[in-house]
Write a protein that binds this ligand. Structure first.
Ligand SMILES: [Zn+2]
Length: 119
């Protein structure tokens, strides 16, 4: 199960359809990763500046953002099994970004919360 505790905020941008931006805190607690996810020509493209992507590996940032992306667009069946492409590209926050509520239907944190309620 993917751990979402590092997810800080999720954004969209007006005029950018099927695109989200996610800010994540680094796993060592220092700094923020900004990750963009969009849908281009039948593929989900996940972009951020990351040493792992430079080495052609995926990373937990990409996994978390892909999971959020599929949750935000869960009504769009074509996005659920689309091929995923990873790009090493710096993402810069813009003032046009609009923060959206965290999707609530995913993740470890919700399950943990439920367990606590039941305990
Ligand atoms: Zn990464």
């Amino acid at each position: 199960m993917i751990n979402h505790k590092h997810v800080k905020a999720v954004f969209t941008q007006e005029g950018e359809q099927r695109t989200i931006f996610v800010s994540l805190s680094a796993s060592n607690g220092e700094g923020i990763y900004l990750v963009a996810a969009t849908y281009i020509k039948g593929q989900i493209v996940i972009a951020h500046e990351c040493p792992a992507i430079q080495l052609k590996r995926t990373c937990w940032h990409s996994d978390v953002v892909l999971d959020i992306y599929r949750t935000v667009f869960k009504q769009h069946s074509e996005l659920q099994d689309a091929r995923v492409v990873y790009l090493n590209k710096k993402v810069v926050m813009k003032k046009e970004w609009i923060q959206i509520p965290m999707p609530k239907t995913y993740g470890v944190d919700n399950n943990e919360h439920n367990i606590q309620l039941l305990a």
